[in-house]
Write a protein that binds this ligand. Structure first.
Ligand code: UTP
Ligand code: MG
Length: 581
C-alpha cells in the first residue's frame, strides 16, 4: 500500500471532491441501513396489528429515504469520477514531465516500451482504484459495521450467530486472498510481458517483415497471450469459487436465524418483523465481508502498478545542473577533453572511453573515425552532456560542462544524432524544432545549406508537406539532411554531426561540407568514410575507446598505419574521394 499512498499527493488539489464522495456514500449507506428497520415497522406495527395507516406512512418513508440514498449514491459517483479523472490526468502529466526531465542514463534503465506501459496501463489501473477507493471502499466497511451494529440492536440473542459465522467467513476469506493474491501478481507480470512483446513488435514491424519472421512473432505473442489467459482463468476460478462458498455460508446463516428466530417467535419472545430485519442485516454484513476480499485483491494489483509509477517518479536525473551553474553562456567554442574516462555502467565497469585528451579550437573541424563500437558516439555525447564522464572533464571555453546549466549549454550546441528521428508534422516544423521562432527565410537557408531545399520544393506541398510518424515517407538520406538543417537552424557555436551523411551520396556530402566551411563554428564530424574527413583540421582515429592516432589527413597518411589501412581498404572498394582540397 505504500506506493499507492505515495501517489495520494495527486489527489490533494481535488480534496473537495475526494471528501464529498465518501460523505455522500456514507449518506447512502445510512439510507440503506434504514430500510430493514422500516420493513420491521411495517410488519410488526402495521400488518400484525392491521394498521394500514402505519403501513402507508412507513412505506412512504421507505420510498423517500430510498430516493435520498439514490441521489447520494449518484452524487458520490460523480464526485469520485471527477476526483479520479483529474487525479489520473495530473498523474500522467507529471509522469510525462518527469520522463522529459530524465537523462539518457535513466532512460536506458527504464526502457521506452516499459515506460509506455507505465504511462498508460499502470496509470489507468491506479486511477480506477482511486475511483473505487472513494466509493466502494467507503461503502463496504461502513455497511459492514453499520449492519453489524443494527443486527445486534435488533436482536442481541440472534446476534450470537455471528460468533459462529464470522470466524468461518473470515477464515475462508484469508484463505482465498492468500491463494488469489499470488495468482493475480502472476497475471500482472504476464501482462507486462505481453505489453513488451506487443510494443517491440509494433515499433519493429518493418524488421519483422523484412526477415519474414511474422509467423515466429505470432507464435511468440500467442504463447504469452495463452499464458496470460491461463493465469487469468486460474485466478478467476479461485474468485469464482468464492461466490458459491460464501453463499452457502450465508444461506446456512439465514436458515439458522429463521429456525432459531421461528422458535422464539412461537414462544412470543421475538416479532416477525424483527426477524426479517435481522436476516437482512445478517446478509448485508456477510456480503460486505465478501466484497472486502475482492477489494483486497484489486488493491494489491493497483499497488504493483503504483510501485512501477513510483520508480519513474523517484528516478533522479543522472545529469543535473550543479548549484550555481552558469545560465547565460556565449562561448567561442573551444572544446577540451581532459583525461576523460566514460562508462555506461554507473559503477564504472567496462569503460567505453579511456584517457581521452583532445583540444578543438574555435572554428576547427574535428573528425572522428573508427570502427563501429569504437566509442565515437559516446565521445561526442559527452559534449552536450547526454551523459557525464566518470572521470576527467569536458570543458568549453575553459568551463567544465557540468558547471553550465543544461539548457544554456544545449542551446549553444547543434546535434544531428546518428539516428535521424523526425516528428509527425510539416517539414517546416521539423526543421524549426530547435528554434520555433525562426522565419521562413531562415528555414529555407538552413535547408539549402543541408542540400535539402531542392527536393522539398519538389513535393506538392513543399515545406508544408507532412512528415509521417518518425519520418516514414522520407528516404534515409533525406531524413539525415533534414536533421542537419534542424541542427544548423539554431546557429550553434558547436555543431555535432554523428554519422549524419552516411546515407548521403558523396557529391552531395561534399556540397554540404562546402556550405559548412563558410560557417565559423567548432564542428565534430563522426564518420565511417575517409572522404567525409579529408578536409578536417584534425582527424582522431578511435579504437576500442582510445584515441590511437591524431592529425590531418596528410600527416596521418604518412604516420599512422591504422589510418593507412582504413584509407587503403576504402580506396580498394573504389571509394571516390570527394571534397579533397
Ligand atoms: P558507440 O555508440 O560510442 O560506438 O559505442 P560508435 O563508435 O558510435 O559506433 P558506430 O560507428 O556508431 O556503430 C561504444 C561502445 O559503447 C557501448 C557499445 O557496446 C559499444 O561497444 N554502448 C553504446 C553501451 O554500452 N550503451 C549504449 O547505450 C551505447
Ligand atoms: Mg555511433
Amino acid at each position: 500500500m505504500r506506493a499507492t499512498r505515495r501517489l495520494g499527493v495527486f489527489l490533494k488539489p481535488y480534496w473537495l471532491w475526494a471528501t464529498l464522495a465518501p460523505l455522500l456514500m456514507a449518506l447512502e449507506v445510512a439510507m440503506d441501513l434504514m430500510q430493514p428497520r422500516l420493513i420491521q415497522r411495517i410488519v410488526d406495527q402495521g400488518i400484525a396489528r392491521g394498521d394500514m395507516g402505519v403501513v402507508i406512512e412507513t412505506g412512504a418513508w421507505m420510498v423517500g429515504l430510498a430516493l435520498i440514498g439514490l441521489a447520494a449514491g449518484l452524487g458520490c459517483g460523480v464526485c469520485a469520477i471527477i476526483a479520479a479523472q483529474h487525479f489520473g490526468a495530473d498523474l500522467r502529466g507529471t509522469l510525462f514531465g518527469k520522463v522529459q526531465a530524465l537523462s539518457f542514463g535513466n532512460l536506458d534503465h527504464l526502457e521506452t516500451g516499459k515506460l509506455i506501459t507505465r504511462l498508460t496501463n499502470d496509470a489507468t489501473q491506479v486511477q480506477e482504484v482511486v475511483a473505487m477507493l472513494l466509493r466502494i471502499m467507503v461503502r463496504v466497511p461502513l455497511l459492514l459495521i453499520g449492519s453489524l451494529i443494527r443486527a445486534i440492536l435488533t436482536s442481541p440473542e440472534l446476534s450470537l450467530l455471528f460468533v459462529v459465522l464470522m470466524p468461518i467467513v473470515l477464515l475462508a476469506l484469508v484463505w482465498i486472498v492468500n491463494r488469489t493474491y499470488p495468482l493475480f501478481t502472476r497475471v500482472q507480470q504476464e501482462l507486462d510481458t505481453l505489453n513488451t512483446v506487443m510494443q517491440e513488435n509494433l515499433s519493429g514491424l518493418r524488421v519483422v517483415r523484412a526477415f519474414a519472421r511474422g509467423k515466429h512473432e505470432v507464435r511468440r505473442f500467442g504463447q504469452t497471450n495463452d499464458t496470460l489467459m491461463e493465469r487469468n482463468t486460474a485466478a478467476s476460478r479461485m474468485t469464482a469459487l468464492t461466490m458459491p462458498l460464501m453463499m452457502l455460508t450465508l444461506n446456512m446463516g439465514v436458515v439458522a436465524a429463521v429456525w432459531i428466530g421461528g422458535v422464539r417467535i412461537v414462544g412470543g419472545e421475538l416479532q416477525v418483523g424483527e426477524l426479517i430485519a435481522f436476516t437482512n442485516y445478517l446478509m448485508q454484513t456477510l456480503m460486505s465481508l465478501m466484497m472486502i476480499s475482492m477489494l483486497v485483491v484489486r488493491l494489491s494489483r493497483a499497488e504493483a502498478s503504483a510501485e512501477r509509477l513510483r520508480e519513474v517518479l523517484d528516478s533522479e536525473p543522472t545529469v543535473t545542473s550543479r548549484p550555481g551553474a552558469i545560465t547565460t553562456f556565449a562561448p567561442e567554442g573551444r572544446v577540451v577533453f581532459e583525461d576523460v574516462c566514460f562508462s555506461y555502467d554507473p559503477n564504472g565497469h567496462d569503460p567505453v572511453l579511456r584517457d581521452i585528451n583532445l583540444i578543438a579550437e574555435p572554428g576547427q573541424t574535428i573528425a572522428l573515425l573508427g570502427a563501429t563500437g569504437a566509442g565515437k558516439t559516446s565521445l561526442v555525447n559527452l559534449i552536450p552532456r547526454f551523459y557525464d564522464a566518470q572521470s576527467g572533464r569536458v570543458m568549453i571555453d575553459g568551463v567544465d560542462v557540468r558547471d553550465i546549466n543544461e539548457e544554456a549549454l544545449r542551446g549553444k550546441i547543434g546535434v544531428a544524432l546518428q539516428e535521424s528521428i523526425l516528428f509527425t508534422g510539416t517539414i517546416r516544423d521539423n526543421i524549426r524544432y530547435g528554434h520555433p521562432e525562426a522565419s521562413d527565410e531562415e528555414v529555407i537557408e538552413a535547408a539549402r545549406m543541408a542540400q535539402v531545399d531542392d527536393f522539398i520544393r519538389r513535393f506538392p506541398d513543399g515545406y508544408d508537406s507532412i512528415v509521417g510518424q518518425r519520418g516514414v515517407n522520407l528516404s534515409g538520406g533525406q531524413k539525415q539532411r533534414i536533421a542537419i538543417a534542424r541542427a544548423l537552424l539554431t546557429r550553434p557555436t558547436i555543431l555535432i554531426l554523428d554519422d549524419s551523411t552516411s546515407a548521403v551520396d558523396g557529391e552531395t556530402e561534399a556540397r554540404i561540407q562546402g556550405e559548412l566551411a563558410r560557417l565559423h563554428q567548432t564542428r565534430f564530424v563522426v564518420a565511417q568514410r575517409i572522404s567525409t574527413v579529408l578536409t578536417a583540421d584534425k582527424i582522431l582515429v578511435l579504437d576500442d575507446g582510445r584515441i590511437v592516432a591524431e592529425g590531418s589527413h596528410d600527416e596521418l597518411l604518412s604516420s599512422s598505419p591504422i589510418y593507412q589501412e582504413i584509407f587503403d581498404s576504402q580506396m580498394e572498394r573504389g571509394g571516390v574521394l570527394h571534397g579533397a582540397a
